[in-house]
Design a protein around this ligand. Structure first.
Ligand SMILES: Nc1ncnc2c1ncn2[C@@H]1O[C@H](COP(=O)(O)OP(=O)(O)OP(=O)(O)O)[C@@H](O)[C@H]1O
Ligand SMILES: [Mg+2]
Length: 360
């Protein structure tokens, strides 16, 4: 069953169009991460779902029912924002109880639910404290309990872990994922942290300029994006401008920077056309000039190296001034004693190459 449907949503704010025909369909219990550059319309999308913005065009359906005419308090939506937004003058228990009170639940029911959800986020021991006496991670867990206690049909999380340090964030990600699955609540999470999106979500949607460009499972979107902008936005990518030199049977031969010559499945490639080849830094294999002549090799010199602990980033510059980024295991790279300026080559397995047709 569909948990949430956005149909052709258009939103104008202050005379500017912000959302352009946004379509999104989320299964009941599914978690979708919404990613995109700052200002692309992620928060506007969430605010439209929650009912704080009324779209000039389109429909919002929760569990199949149109709710575009309903005010926020008549939609069963739980919201968590980056800055917690707890009520500062209420205790933790009162914060969590708030939504239940508004819904006219009995005191007995409220007490039972508040203690159940505070247990769930492991904060029963601070229930009588005020928000300012809690750590950032604890406050964020209270905000989550407060959003979930009303048993929302839809949970909207807008950069909920953005203010937390790395370690706490990693821990909260696991807790969030477990809670989301355990409660089976349909969820949209907005995040700037791509790893967070890829690890938390069942599907990832990438948004640009008020529209969803591509949506898919985390691995499909990362490994096989259909859109070059999505490939470039998600993680790191090398995008190589190339030209089809010849086509023969089912094979196309493609020339690129650094003396690259590749044979690829022909598909829709035509003789002489320009293509962009996308390959992730971890799918390039760094070799020394002795391996020259290896198939699919590209030649250049080491331009820069960046040590990152377990892995290193190596920047390679071709004679025709293209920069490529390669990820290598630090230990094995350091053992080779390669210096900046040394000649190296890169090989690649064509199965990891994404081909994007360029307008001629
Ligand atoms: N009330 C408003 N009036 C006019 N324009 C607005 C209003 N709110 C947001 N905008 C504009 O709409 C666009 C989308 O804003 P939105 O907050 O949805 O972006 P976002 O994707 O959430 O960005 P970020 O990642 O920085 O939070 C921006 O250009 C913003 O300036
Ligand atoms: Mg935002």
């Amino acid at each position: 069953m569909t948990g949430l449907d956005l149909k052709d949503i258009c939103v104008w704010l202050d005379g500017h169009q912000i959302l352009f025909n946004v379509n999104l369909s989320i299964e009941q219990g599914e978690c979708v991460a919404l990613l995109g550059p700052s200002g692309c319309g992620k928060t506007t999308t969430l605010r439209t779902i929650a009912g704080f913005i009324i779209p000039q065009q389109g429909d919002v359906l929760i569990a199949g029912q149109s709710c575009v005419a309903l005010p926020p308090n008549k939609r069963n939506v739980g919201l968590v924002f980056q800055d917690y937004a707890l009520f500062p003058h209420m205790t933790i228990a009162q914060n969590v109880a708030y939504g239940l009170k508004m819904r006219g639940k009995s005191k007995q029911e409220i007490d039972a639910l508040v203690s159940q959800f505070l247990d769930m986020v492991q904060l029963s021991h601070v229930k009588d404290r005020m928000p300012h006496n809690l750590s950032g991670g604890q406050r964020q867990r209270v905000a989550l309990a407060r959003a979930l206690v009303i048993k929302p049909d839809i949970l909207l999380l807008d950069e909920p872990l953005g203010a937390l340090d790395r370690k706490l964030r990693d821990q909260m990600q696991i807790e969030l994922k477990q809670l989301q699955k355990q409660l089976g609540v349909t969820t949209i999470i907005v995040t700037h942290d791509q790893e967070e999106a890829l690890s938390l979500a069942d599907r990832v949607a990438v948004m640009f300029e008020g529209n969803i460009r591509e949506i898919g499972s985390p691995d499909a979107l990362y490994e096989k994006p259909k859109d070059q902008t999505v490939m470039d936005f998600l993680g790191n990518a090398n995008l190589l401008p190339c030209q089809v030199r010849s086509v023969s049977g089912e094979i196309a031969t493609v020339d690129g920077p650094g003396g690259l010559s590749l044979e690829l499945p022909r598909n829709e490639l035509t003789n002489g056309s320009n293509v962009l080849l996308g390959i992730r830094p971890e799918h390039l294999v760094l070799g020394t000039p002795e391996t020259n002549g290896a198939p699919h090799a590209l030649h250049g010199k080491v331009h820069e190296t960046v040590y990152k602990g377990a892995v290193m980033e190596v920047l390679l510059k071709t004679a025709d001034a293209h920069l490529l980024r390669v990820t290598v295991h630090s230990q094995s790279f350091l053992e080779k004693k390669i210096q900046i300026g040394d000649a190296v080559n890169l090989t690649m397995d064509s199965q990891y190459i994404q081909v994007f047709n360029q307008a001629s």
